[in-house]
Design a protein around this ligand. Structure first.
Ligand SMILES: Cc1cc2nc3c(=O)[nH]c(=O)nc-3n(C[C@H](O)[C@H](O)[C@H](O)COP(=O)(O)OP(=O)(O)OC[C@H]3O[C@@H](n4cnc5c(N)ncnc54)[C@H](O)[C@@H]3O)c2cc1C
Length: 388
């Protein structure tokens, strides 16, 4: 039986000073109005060029990001690997829109793949298609609209970048996860991911698509993909998550007057997430799973499912995944019990990682429930160490 309350294991990598700092950081972001204020201050500071960088760097950035570049992440990768927790380098620069930016991002992603190819502690790479293609173009492709000649060229270039990344992953024998994004651009992402999966997942799993189970249609899509994998004889890599854009999705659906693609309530998202996990585990002949979740109940269920099906904890077909700086009680206790665990380790310049950091801060306000969980665990460990 895994003890997720074992805070000694959960925070083994943290010194007393680091633990105290994490405590104050989570206390700060627990305050929703402070987060909104921080968001506003950050965007003003960005436009005006005020030196907010060091403040951000010393707080949320240090908690959730590995460093400005791959070299700066190496220490953390080694530290986590000492506890059998693997890392996945996530180049977290978002919101770029020019061809030059996309090429730059592609090159950084290829760096992460080459690095992963040489380091056992880095078994995956990851990317977002919006880091390689214009959002509006992805929306147009998703709608099936006719592209102009210029757009067709642009789309071919974007596809070329995705292909180049997957090819690099293939050559380096490294698995690559394609993150899921907003539903109105996801069709283009799914089509690209399927094309890459069909091409590269013949001998082993290289490409993983991500399915957001807060969408009402994803369980059906998962079943369709499993059928295809069996029929066409390829390995199906899927990362299952609940989904990160719920409010935005609902607001857009309301505004534009179409039915929301999101589950009516949290219980339905939980139900489909767990059902999806179960479905992949039932289909492990071709299916490969990364369960991306901070939900303790879902992790517990997957552990039980593996036990009941006599699947070894270290079975290479199943991975648990959490984000760096969050839910260490799950990652480190699962890894200690022999399960495969990989942490998303974001990196990038402070300014460019702000959208990622704001998402993390928002997710950790007291309203979301995640902070109280993190805070309680940190407090428990501080008490255990006698430093509270
Ligand atoms: C390793 C990893 C990779 C990730 N990759 C992606 C990705 O590629 N794309 C992406 O979109 N997200 C991604 N996420 C974020 C993820 O989708 C969730 O937002 C986040 O992990 C919180 O969900 P949870 O499973 O950890 O648990 P919980 O905290 O139990 O669940 C919270 C989630 O439940 C859902 N939910 C909450 N309230 C409701 C409601 N009222 N009705 C319906 N559903 C509700 C929402 O999805 C919410 O985020 C990733 C997360 C991790 C850990």
């Amino acid at each position: 039986m895994i003890n997720f309350e074992d805070t000694e294991t959960a925070f083994a990598t943290k010194s007393n000073a680091q633990l105290r700092k994490a405590y104050y950081m989570f206390k700060m972001v627990a305050n929703q109005s402070l987060v909104s204020l921080g968001k506003m201050a950050t965007s003003i500071a960005n436009t005006l060029g005020l030196p907010i960088k060091s403040l951000v760097k010393k707080t949320v950035y240090e908690q959730f990001v590995g460093g400005e570049n791959i070299d700066e992440c190496e220490k953390i990768i080694e530290l986590l690997a000492n506890y059998n927790v693997k890392s996945l380098l996530d180049y977290s620069v978002e919101g770029k829109e020019t061809e030059q930016d996309f090429e730059h991002t592609k090159n950084r992603l290829i760096d992460t793949i080459r690095f992963g190819g040489k380091h056992e502690a880095v078994p995956f790479a990851v990317f977002k298609v919006t880091g390689l293609a214009r959002f509006a173009l992805l929306e147009k492709v998703s709608k099936g609209e006719l592209l102009s000649e210029k757009e067709t060229k642009e789309w071919l270039k974007a596809k070329g970048r995705v292909k180049e990344i997957c090819q690099q992953a293939h050559e380096n024998k490294l698995a690559v996860l394609i993150d899921a994004e907003e539903s109105w651009i996801q069709q283009a992402i799914d089509d690209l991911a399927e094309e890459m999966i069909r091409h590269y997942n013949r001998e082993r799993v290289i490409v993983f698509n991500t399915l957001q189970m807060y969408r009402v249609d994803r369980l059906g899509y998962l079943k369709k993909l499993v059928d295809l994998a069996n029929k066409e004889n390829f390995y199906l890599g899927v990362k299952l998550v609940r989904g990160a854009y719920m409010e935005k999705e609902r607001a857009r659906a309301r505004q534009m007057g179409y039915p929301s693609p999101i589950q009516p309530d949290k219980e339905s998202s939980d139900r489909d997430f767990d059902a999806g996990v179960e479905y992949v585990v039932e289909n492990l002949e071709k299916g490969r799973l990364v369960a991306g979740s901070h939900n303790q109940e879902s992790c517990r269920k997957l552990v039980d499912l593996m036990k009941n099906n006599n699947i070894e904890p270290s079975d290479h077909r199943i991975w648990f995944s959490q984000l760096y700086g969050m839910s260490d009680h799950l990652s480190f206790n699962l890894a200690k019990a022999g399960y495969n665990v990989v942490k998303y380790l974001p990196f990038g310049p402070v300014k460019d990682t702000l959208p990622y950091l704001i998402r993390r801060a928002e997710e950790n306000t007291s309203a979301s429930g995640q902070t109280s969980r993190e805070l309680l665990l940190i407090q428990k460990e501080m008490r255990r160490r006698g430093i509270d």
